[in-house]
Ligand binder design. Sequence first.
Ligand SMILES: [Zn+2]
Length: 78
Amino acid sequence: MERTERDFYARDKDDQEAFLTQTWCNECMAVDLGMKEPTEYEQNGVVYIEGKCVKCDSQVTTEIADDDTDGEWEDDAE
Ligand SMILES: [Zn+2]
C-alpha cells in the first residue's frame, strides 16, 4: 500500500510532546513510556507516528484518528 511520508516536526511543539509521551509499547506492555526518533507517515488515510520505545528500543507505532485534519498536508506528494 502507498505510504506517504509526513513531517512530524511540522506539528506544534505541544503535539509533538504529546505524541512522544503518549505511547503504547507491545514489548513492555505499558503505556506512556515515551518514544524517540519519531517518523510520521500516512497509509490508507490513517496517520501513524512510528518511533522507538525509550525503555526497550522496540518499534512503537501510534495511530492518529484523522478527524480534525484540515487537508493542508496534501501538497508534497513527490
Ligand atoms: Zn518498550
